[in-house]
Design a protein around this ligand. Sequence first.
Ligand code: D5M
Ligand code: FE
Ligand code: ZN
Length: 530
Amino acid sequence: MPLEAPARIVSELTSRGYNAEREAVTKLAAANDPATALERVLEELPEDALVVRADHVEAVLANGADGGRTDAARSTTEPSSPSQTPPSTTDDPSVSTGTEPTPSGGSTARSPVETGGSNAAGGRAVDPEVRSLEISNDMTGQSTGTGEYEDFVAVFRDRLEKLGSKLKGRVNHRPASAIEDMPGGSEVAMVGLVNDVRSTASGHWLIELEDATGTFPWLVMKDREYVDLVDELLCDEALAMEGTLSDDSGIAFVDSMHFPDVPRTHEPSTADRHVQAALISDVHVGSEEFMADAWNRFADWLHTEEAGHVEYLLLAGDMVEGVGVYPDQDEELDIVDIYEQYEAFSEYLKRVPGDVEIVMIPGNHDAVRLAEPQPGFDEELREIMSAHDARIVSNPSMVTVEGVSVLMYHGVSLDEVIAELPEEKASYDEPHKAMYQLLKKRHVAPQFGGHTRLAPEEKDYLVIDEVPDIFHTGHVHKLGFGKYHDVLAINSGCWQAQTDFQKSVNIDPDAGFAPIVDLDTLDVTVQKFS
Ligand code: D5M
Ligand code: FE
Ligand code: ZN
């Protein structure tokens, strides 16, 4: 079997249970006889090694096991094709067709990657030393909730404290209990959580705000400018209201409404070198609809020179299809055992170059508790997925990559935001707009008691306390991105073709796309693999 192309070297290695550093693959591809070199490397590999590293290959090549790389081989090296990255955009999900994946047929073309030891030409200077990746807000192992009433009280109190502190400097607020004692006609303000929103017989809107002292009703008149914001409100989100008390002090007429929001002065941080991250989600391995071919093309592309700057892969949940997630889901399962699904997922993950740093959070199809925040995978699942040494953290988590903070959240609440808000403010076709609403509310899942389940903890991990530079979600299987007050919001698509359920409700998934973010500019390009 000819073994020249990196993609085939990778599949050969993964089929034998190994993951490989990108440079190891490059070096193997450049050997005189890659097939023999590969066999020799595997023979020499330490028994417990799961990753084939560049130095393993170097040792074998230095031994002259396959004759190493000759000048003749070098002269057949083709120059890399010019980058086909499309012009970047921060608004439309413009889609490039990507480069052709490395051919898997009997091509004799050698690897286009220069392997002289220095990576100047290929931009593949992946030096792990210069990387930086930090995780904060990971609640794995920190869960204290017992599901008791007191826990719910604690989590909402924490939400009000955190989000209230962002609002309190903006209005001259009073507690609910004090407002009812103020004289009629007073100018008043309050910070609280939305308890209820309903329309009155005369077409006005009554919004009940709650704080630690009680509730107070606020009336938005149908002809006031703020009426346009009423249809954005979700129960349990934090708000500040300013207004005028009625004569009997029983209600306040709203003059203005304030959201915790992202300050307009927010300036995102960027990386100080040219480095990229692939932001994906919803792989759904184990589903009959999982698109293995598209995934493999993506993984092969990551081994190409064009993808040489992609040093991070962020996976926002739904690694596998899971079992029993939705009614009748088992009829569309390719792999019925949950552990076997993770084993298969792990094999697909191994195709990703070993020198790409991976961070993953769980989603609603994964085998962790459904209620949010969801802790990262347990030991048994980590063991299954250990080959790649991925960082496995909770949903949500804040991940800072090369100085750029990325809030990763799977996105179950997006269904709710899309269902509750008018089409122009949030829709499946523009999922990033639903994300804007979450940023504005500074909470990834404001509404409790609906579709999104909440596991009460002593603090509210779902509050967006720090403004991220990038907000990354998935779940709705639609690709969309854009900027909100300079925060890049990206909802990645999926790797699962349309399911019967999605067909029945007209969800047309964006499957097989990988949005790639330049961490030095926060520009996005989309690679298509389907
Ligand atoms: O869900 C992907 C998208 O499809 C997300 O918007 C929810 C929706 N979905 C898919 N299946 C169902 C069922 N059976 N009921 C309700 N909504 C559904 P994901 O959970 O990522 O597969
Ligand atoms: Fe999903
Ligand atoms: Zn999901």
